[in-house]
Structures are given as structure tokens and as C-alpha cells.
Design a protein around this ligand. Structure first.
Ligand SMILES: *Cc1c(COP(=O)(O)O)cnc(C)c1O
Length: 573
């Protein structure tokens, strides 16, 4: 003991005492004493082991602890990502007994899905499982195609019973697009020097679209065409992520969305390894600026506003959101896939309040706008827009090290259809400002009539205040099972979209619905009345599945059903 004290004295007298000894000064004596005793005890109990044995044991122990630590970190990350409830559910299902039960139930559900899709075998028209031995003559091929098409939902007199889906502006429009398609069917904008026509049309489609949405003039707004809304969104998210990495060095990107943001943003997060921060909406079904402010971190690369959201046709408050993101240098995407070719005209009509949502708002850095919805072009086209070319360049991929030559393409696709670009161009030029104005007038009148009808239907209520021609409605207190309403409407040939959080249905009105509102409302009211008279009726539709999805905390189980459903679809059932 006195030796030790002597040593301490000496250390204290040194001009530059070592860190360890300095620290030791502050350790209370009894503790030091205890530590020395303990060390002596350990030495004594290990006296029979050779040093190599001790070294080996220590190494093994260290490796084991390290593995345990890694495992605990992964588990906590996992729980943070999926939530505790989901993690617990997944753990439960990994137990052999429960796994067996779940698998059995899943098999039953899949059989049910398959049965609901499969029709009677189509006698005389076996599906092709391999190439025909001999190619068939054109008229025979066409005959087969007509037969197949005969199974699709029909649209007599251009009237539609399906939400969204069909966007046509009359026979002239339809004929024009079809003939343009056939004329440009062989073109590909990847060969810009071979087909300058489609290259120029792409630029014109982008410019015409931008000029509707706060671009054009001397603004720097620019963009590109893609294959659809999902690709525009994926492209914008990828470009924003890489732009933020380039400008701010963010390497663990996060993206903030509201629950009503389109499924494509979930896809983008999963494809591009972005942490998705999903916020609940406020009482008006809008993304709350205050909640966004709280959710922003130093890793936030992008905030998403829906203009409007697909589920309820409700606008997120872009000006308020932009104020927050602009100040912090965070990207803001305004998703106008649905609204891009309608809202500018709703604003011009001036009958409904639509807040600014485009590049006229400082802080909006990118937008997605579907030409293949209310732009009235063929399916397979959309426009992605950026505030300037500094952001857009991050959607490109240049390859300089390929033996196939110096390569660059603007987005995900390599080769693309020039015919689709040409039909989009033709649709925009054929419609013109007056065409879109008239279209907007028609669909807004139809949509408001339907909205009024729902408000006057006992048992139903409209979800929030729709900004355009999408009307979502749910059961009011004591009202019917809304998913059963959907099943009954399906039996009558209507195809509404089921929604969740809250359980609801919606209808997206297009030009094909203008003359169907009365029959739609009549059928809807009859279905609600039928369910009021007999709430237990209608057991075999999709309602049980949606009912389960509405209450099940186990989302991965619901996802298994989705996968089974997709498998059945891809099997050609
Ligand atoms: C339709 C839509 C999209 C994209 O859908 P696609 O089917 O890929 O064209 C994205 N956002 C909203 C709000 C939409 O309505």
C-alpha cells in the first residue's frame, strides 16, 4: 500500500503527469484498494492456465460479445423501421406451430383469390404457353385478339363505370392518337440523331406542361418525359436524393410523406434506400406543416406534397410546406400526377379554392404530371419537372467506361417509345387551353353533383373537401360496412376504388362519367339501403379481406396476401 502511495507521490511531482495517473488521483482510495484486491484474485484463480489459453479465451469472448452487440443493433434498427408490433408479429410467426397455422390460412385465402379471378375455361382458345409452330396470318391474330378483348369491361357510347382509368375526349381525339401512334411506332428517342422529330416533341411536351405549372417564360424550369406517374416520381426522388448528396453530403437520406402520398413514394424509398418518414394527416386529411417541421432532421432530403392526393383528391398546403423546406434548403416535390392538367383550370374557373401548388411557389423543386391521365394522352406517358437543370442532371446516368461507347440516358429506360411521345404531343396540341378548360368544366360539374348526392345520402359522408374531380366517401356513424357497399356496387358493374385509413371508397370522374352520375348515385343509394335492411348480406366479396386489412396489426401478413394476388395475376388467370 505504501509503495503505491509513494508511486502516486512521485507521479504528482512530475512536471507532466500522464493522463492515467492524473485520473487515478481522483479515484477514492477504498475503490483503488478494492480494484487491486480484485486483480490479485483474478490472477490467483487463473494461475493454473497457460497464457495462450487465457489469450484464446479472451479473443473468443470478445468475438461473441461483438456478435451479440451487432445482433442487438440490427434488432433495434429493425424495430425502429417496422415498429414494435410488426416485429413482435413477425417473431410470433417464425415459431413453428404458428407458422403452420398461418401458412394454412394463407393457402385458403390464395385459393379464394384465384377462384374470384378465374373464369370458366375459354373453349377453343387455349392460352399460349409456347410459340405457335407456324406464325399465324394477320386476320387470324386479330380474331384472337378480338376474342380476348371481349372479356374486358366494355365502354358503350364512351361511358365508363370505372373510377379513373379511361381518359378520352371524344372520337376525333381517339382516332387522332391512334393514327399518330401507328405513324411513329418505329421511333426511339434514344437515337436522337435518327429521330429528331420525337426528340423535339419531347422537349415541346415538357415545355407546354411546364408553362401550365409556373414554368415557361424566363424561368429555368425543365424536365423530361417518363413512362408514367410512378416513373416520374421514382425519377424525381432519385434526382433529389443525389442532388442533396452532392450539395449537402447527405448519405443516410430520409424522405417525409403524408399517408395520402402515392404508393410510388413507398416504392421509391425501397428502391433507393431512403428512410421513409410517414406522417398521419391532420383532421382535414392534409399533411400538417407543423408535423413536417418536427419530422425534419439533418438527413431529410425531400418532403412530398400531394396536389392533390390520389385517395381523397385533397391538396396538401404547398405554400406553407415550401416555406419550411425552402428555408432549410430541403427539396419539395409537388405530386400533380392527377391534378396537373386539371387544377390550373379549376383555379381559372375560380369556383373552388385551390392553393398555389406549382413552381410559382418558391421552394417547390420538382413536380410529376401525368399526360396519360387528364393530359388525355395514351397510357405510358408522364412528365417530370424540375426547378432547374442543376437538379435534373442528377436523374441522368452517364457511362464512360463501357466498350459499347460513350453512353448517356436521361432516366431509367434505355430505349423508349417515340410513338408514345408523339401521341402525348398530339393530345396536348389537339386539346389546347380551351379543350382542357371545357374538360375541367364538365368533370367538375359531374363531380360536384356526385358530391352533393353523397352528402344527401343517409349513412354516407364525404371525406374532407375535394379540390378536383375525385370524391371519397365513407360510412357515417352507424352507417353500412363501406367495403360491402363496394362489393354490391361491383355486382352492378361499377368499379370504385377502396381506400383505407379511414375505410372509404372513391370515384375519380373523367369525361366518360359526365352522363353517368344519376345512375351511379341511384345504384349507390340502393346498395346502402340494401345493407341497412340486411347488414349481414354479401359475404363472399373482397370486403372480408379489406376488413381484415383495416384491423390487422400484422401488415406483413396482409402483404403476403398482396403477393399471392400478384402471383395469381402474373400467372395469367
Ligand atoms: C396516378 C397517380 C400517380 C402515379 O400513378 P401511375 O399509375 O404510375 O401513373 C401518382 N400520384 C398520384 C396522386 C396519382 O393520382
Amino acid at each position: 500500500m505504501s509503495d503505491f502511495q509513494g508511486l502516486m507521490e512521485k507521479l504528482r511531482l512530475r512536471k507532466h503527469p500522464s493522463k492515467l495517473s492524473e485520473l487515478l488521483q481522483y479515484v477514492p482510495r477504498p475503490v483503488l484498494h478494492k480494484a487491486r484486491e480484485l486483480a490479485a484474485e483474478v490472477d490467483y484463480s487463473l494461475r493454473e492456465y497457460a497464457p495462450w489459453q487465457i489469450a484464446l479465451f479472451s479473443a473468443l469472448l470478445a468475438i461473441t460479445l461483438l456478435q451479440l452487440w451487432k445482433w442487438a443493433l440490427a434488432a433495434s434498427e429493425d424495430i425502429r423501421e417496422r415498429g414494435f408490433v410488426q416485429a413482435a408479429c413477425d417473431f410470433g410467426k417464425s415459431l413453428p406451430i404458428i407458422r403452420g397455422i398461418v401458412q394454412k390460412q394463407q393457402a385458403q385465402a390464395v385459393a379464394k383469390i384465384r377462384a374470384s379471378l378465374e373464369e370458366k375455361p375459354d373453349i377453343g382458345h387455349e392460352p399460349f404457353k409456347e410459340l405457335p409452330r407456324q406464325g399465324e396470318a394477320p386476320d387470324k391474330v386479330l380474331k384472337r385478339l378480338r376474342h380476348k378483348e371481349g372479356k374486358d369491361v366494355r365502354f358503350p357510347d364512351g361511358k365508363s363505370t370505372v373510377s379513373g382509368t379511361l381518359y378520352l375526349a371524344g372520337d376525333d381525339h381517339k382516332r387522332l392518337l391512334n393514327s399518330v401512334y401507328s405513324e411513329f411506332a418505329h421511333t426511339n428517342p434514344m437515337h436522337g440523331d435518327v429521330f429528331p422529330s420525337v426528340r423535339r416533341m419531347e422537349a415541346e411536351v415538357v415545355n407546354m406542361t411546364a408553362s401550365l405549372l409556373g414554368g415557361g417564360g424566363d424561368s429555368e424550369v425543365c424536365g423530361a418525359m417518363t413512362s408514367g406517374g410512378t416513373e416520374s416520381i421514382l425519377t424525381a426522388v432519385k434526382a433529389s436524393r443525389d442532388y442533396m448528396r452532392f450539395t449537402k453530403g447527405i448519405r443516410r437520406p430520409e424522405m417525409i410523406i403524408g399517408r395520402s402520398a402515392h404508393a410510388a413514394f413507398f416504392k421509391a424509398a425501397s428502391y433507393f434506400n431512403i428512410r421513409l418518414i410517414r406522417l398521419d394527416l391532420d383532421k382535414d386529411h392534409r399533411l400538417s406543416p407543423a408535423a413536417v417541421k418536427r419530422a425534419i432532421t439533418s438527413n431529410t432530403v425531400l418532403v412530398v406534397a400531394s396536389s392533390p392526393g390520389f385517395p381523397h383528391g385533397i391538396m396538401d398546403p404547398v405554400p406553407e410546406l415550401a416555406k419550411i423546406t425552402h428555408k432549410r434548403g430541403i427539396c419539395l416535390h409537388s405530386d400533380a400526377c392527377l391534378g396537373g392538367f386539371v387544377l390550373p383550370f379549376v383555379r381559372k374557373r375560380g369556383q373552388h379554392h385551390v392553393p398555389p401548388f406549382d413552381f410559382s411557389v418558391p421552394g417547390v423543386t420538382s413536380m410529376s404530371v401525368d399526360t396519360h391521365k387528364f393530359g388525355m394522352a395514351h397510357k405510358g406517358t408522364s412528365v417530370v419537372l424540375y426547378r432547374n437543370a442543376d437538379i435534373r442532371r442528377h436523374q441522368y446516368t452517364g457511362v464512360t467506361e463501357w466498350s459499347g461507347g460513350l453512353y448517356i440516358s436521361p432516366g431509367f429506360a434505355g430505349s423508349r417509345s417515340g410513338a408514345l411521345i408523339a401521341t402525348a404531343w398530339a393530345a396536348l396540341v389537339h386539346m389546347g387551353l380551351d379543350g382542357y378548360m371545357k374538360l375541367t368544366d364538365d368533370i367538375m360539374k359531374a363531380s360536384k353533383r356526385f358530391e352533393e348526392g353523397v352528402r344527401h345520402t343517409e349513412g354516407l359522408e364525404v371525406v374532407g373537401e375535394p379540390s378536383m374531380s375525385v370524391v371519397a366517401f365513407k360510412a357515417s356513424k352507424g352507417g353500412p360496412d363501406i367495403y360491402k357497399v363496394n362489393d354490391l356496387m361491383s355486382r352492378r358493374g361499377w368499379h370504385l376504388s377502396p381506400l383505407q385509413f379511414p375505410p372509404a371508397l372513391h370515384m375519380c370522374f373523367t369525361a366518360q362519367h359526365v352522363d353517368t352520375i344519376d345512375s351511379l348515385l341511384e345504384d349507390l343509394q340502393e346498395c346502402v339501403a340494401a345493407l341497412k335492411a340486411d347488414p349481414k348480406c354479401c359475404k363472399d366479396g373482397m370486403a372480408p379481406m379489406y376488413g381484415l386489412a383495416a384491423v390487422s396489426p400484422d401488415r406483413s401478413l396482409i402483404n403476403e396476401f398482396l403477393i399471392a394476388y400478384q402471383d395469381v395475376l402474373l400467372s395469367g388467370a
